[in-house]
Design a protein around this ligand. Structure first.
Ligand code: URA
Length: 326
């Protein structure tokens, strides 16, 4: 890492106002320096990660969308062909600022090191005393984007977003998926998980015997982080107040945290996915399972079998049968 690179990144963060935000609670300059170094180290590690893909996929019922002949699904009237072209394999250069393929692509490893601790959703606010009536959930959720407005609560507002990507799906869903944050396709369309990772998520949902419209899909942050980097803690902790509100309205029985960013912020712990998978966590009264992010599965299809094991536990919990879309 060169001094010039560090200075450039510092200026970039200052342009976004992050310097001031991190100073607000009174951290000292060495803490800011440690944060910058950890962010740079994370980016360097991600950019130099080997590409691991190959034909050795274990048994699982969701096929790779990259292999699919059919045209990619369109998002609510927007033909996929109008979306910006994406690079399928951007990990071939060693540039620290190379764009990740999709948000979440790096999120099977340990979560980012950062100086601001994640706050568990269970500790951020008391559980609602009264549930929103099933017939009112859609209206309550529809009122949230107006409350969010043309949001400038965190630096992502100034990082080139085109849309604030709220959520998609059934306000009365029993199952909620939480991802990391919008990528280019989501930023262009205004809907979560409509790019390649979204196509794989659709396949995973249908393998579970459900349609996409029967689940609720949201992200930790609603604005696209530049270069598809993972959200910074101040961004995730700021934006996820609205994810918390959505969870409290929908009150799903099961939440699936897709990748390490979702797991870190929902659970308020920084642990590897390996440590968090295979057990039930409590998130605002819902049972929460942790699995790999679809973008990571696109990079390492060998792990699809492991993800399918996680989804099978969810299916047992929800009494779902594979492939039966009711
Ligand atoms: N990855 C995410 O985490 N969320 C999206 O909406 C799309 C890709």
């Amino acid at each position: 890492m060169t001094g010039e690179g560090l200075r450039g990144y510092l200026e970039y963060l200052q342009d976004l106002g992050i310097y001031d935000l991190y100073r607000t609670p009174g951290p000292t300059d060495p803490e800011l320096g440690a944060l910058l170094l950890s962010v740079l180290a994370e980016k360097t590690r991600a950019a130099s990660a080997p590409v691991t893909s190959g034909p050795n996929e274990p048994a699982h019922p969701f096929s790779s969308p990259l292999a699919a002949k059919a045209k990619p699904e369109t998002s609510k009237g927007m033909p996929a062909s109008t979306l910006p072209p994406r690079s399928i394999n951007p990990f071939t250069t060693n540039s620290a600022l190379v764009e990740s393929a999709e948000p979440g692509a790096d999120s099977a490893g340990p979560p980012v090191t950062a100086t601001m601790a994640p706050l568990s959703f269970n500790h951020r606010a008391p559980l609602p005393e009264v549930s929103v009536e099933a017939s009112q959930k859609a209206a309550v959720l529809q009122s949230l984007p107006a409350e969010i407005g043309d949001c400038t609560r965190c630096p992502l507002a100034y990082a080139g977003r085109h849309s604030i990507v709220f959520a998609d799906g059934d306000p009365n869903a029993r199952l909620m998926f939480v991802g990391e944050g919008p990528g280019a396709d989501e930023d262009a369309s205004g809907l979560p998980f409509v790019g390649k990772a979204g196509q794989l998520l659709n396949n995973m949902i249908s393998a579970m015997g459900l349609k996409r419209e029967q689940v609720y899909i949201a992200n930790v942050v609603m604005c696209r982080p530049p270069k598809n980097r993972a959200p910074e803690p101040v961004e995730a902790n700021t934006c996820s107040q609205f994810l918390l509100r959505q969870i409290d309205v929908v009150q799903p029985k099961v939440i699936v945290a897709l990748g390490s960013t979702a797991a870190t912020y929902l659970l308020g712990v920084k642990q590897s996915l390996a440590a968090l998978r295979g057990q039930w966590h409590d998130v605002r009264g819902a049972r929460c399972a942790v699995t790999y992010h679809p973008a990571y599965l696109l990079r390492d299809p060998k792990m699809k079998g492991e993800a399918w094991k996680d989804l099978q536990r969810v299916m047992t919990e929800l009494k779902l049968r594979p492939g039966t879309q009711s």
